[in-house]
Design a protein around this ligand. Structure first.
Ligand code: TRP
Length: 370
């Protein structure tokens, strides 16, 4: 396997979640009120850690205003790994949270050498259309570009002003410690992301309120830095940020799904045949070498990518348990398991692609210009 890389701009190879949880100092998610179990990601522990999440639970309990804020890196194709975040959008919207979603076009410019125009086009075609098709609602939802926050001058200034002021409240050594390799552009991106996460609380936006940032654990360095800066800045009144961390959907052959390796993912625009070929050919199997051995010893669902994907996408707990039992006991073969996944994915994609076509006429309702 390729050499592992892990930083907010690049993740390659296996991710050691346990080690990162300790190293970063995030807290395991723990018990949640029962309505959280409606969302598979919470019910199955796919969202596994948090910072200051009790503030969010409190706001929900007392029906106080709250914001869910997150961002997307508008590079590459939208794949099923990205759907994890979209599911959380719908969940928080259903709880009454306002959504702020940043398109990280400035960050993509610095970290991926992608032009702002390419980012805009890709964000719309790949990300936003798919979010809409996955159930994102336009009410109480602001999608904006880092490079063009708002056509309302007061709001735009407030967002960029906050970024500028925050810069005083971190040291160069903290940047180096948090990010490892650093350039001026990446520093700017880190501070801009802090403004993404904190600006909803400015008087020009919602005022101080609880904000939850759902992300992959690779983004925690950005969050740590933002929290540190937020606790030091005196000029603006801010509540501390809350965050949650989800597991990544594994890549087809193991490791992390990567937008730059089309054989590691299923894109939401892939057709039936492609899905079938990719899963059959590349999905890492926890099955045994021969049928005879498989029947005798059973498969290993824990390392089987087809099974792991079903734990993210098969909503029915009983059905999933059945599949687990049959595979583990050797009753179900690896090929049969893959067929279940292929059918599941293709049924989902067929419906999704129709919705995505319809979403094209909706796009203007989602992108905020003022
Ligand atoms: N850095 C994030 C990524 O690479 C994108 C991002 C920008 C973001 N602003 C954000 C994520 C604010 C969470 C909150 O995917």
């Amino acid at each position: 396997m390729e050499k592992p890389v892990f930083n907010p701009w690049e993740v390659k190879g296996n991710v050691d979640y346990e080690k990162l949880t300790k190293e970063f100092g995030v807290t395991p998610l723990g018990e949640l009120p029962s309505y959280f179990h409606n969302e598979l990601l919470f019910r199955r522990g796919k969202i596994f850690a948090q910072r200051d999440f009790s503030r969010i639970l409190d706001a929900i309990k007392h029906k106080k205003p709250l914001v869910m804020m997150t961002g997307l890196m508008p590079t590459g194709k939208f794949h099923i790994g990205h759907a994890i975040l979209a599911k959380q959008f719908s969940f928080y919207q259903s709880l009454g949270a306002k959504l702020y979603i940043a398109v990280a076009d400035v960050e993509a410019y610095h970290a991926r050498e992608q032009t702002l125009e390419e980012s805009r086009k890709n964000a719309i075609e790949q990300y936003i259309l798919n979010y809409i098709a996955l159930g994102l609602k336009p009410q109480n939802c602001e999608i904006y570009f880092q490079g063009e926050r708002s056509s309302d001058g007061k709001k735009a200034s407030a967002y960029y002003r906050l970024q500028n002021l925050l810069a005083r409240h971190a040291t160069f050594n903290e940047f180096k410690a948090v990010y490892g390799e650093i350039t001026p552009g990446k520093m700017i991106s880190g501070i801009l992301q802090a403004s993404d996460m904190l600006h909803p609380q400015l008087p020009e936006f919602e005022g101080p309120l609880p904000v939850v940032v759902p992300v992959g654990i690779d983004q925690d360095p950005h969050i740590r830095l933002a929290r540190d800066m937020a606790s030091r800045i005196k000029e603006v009144k801010l509540m501390q940020l809350s965050s949650t961390y989800h597991y990544f959907v594994p890549g087809l052959s193991g490791g992390k799904m990567s937008s730059s390796d089309p054989n590691s993912f299923i894109a939401l625009t892939d057709d039936e045949k492609t899905v079938k070929t990719k899963v059959n050919k590349y999905a890492f199997s926890g099955g045994r070498d021969t049928i005879e051995e498989h029947r005798r010893k059973g498969g290993v669902p824990e390392i089987d990518v087809a099974y792991q994907w079903l734990t993210f996408f098969e909503e029915d707990d009983k059905k999933l348990q059945h599949i687990y039992d049959d595979y583990k006991s050797g009753k179900m073969l690896s090929g049969e398991l893959k067929t279940i996944l292929i059918e599941k994915l293709n049924a989902f994609l067929k419906e999704h692609q129709t919705k995505r076509e319809k979403a094209k006429s909706q796009i203007e309702k989602f992108i905020v210009r003022d």
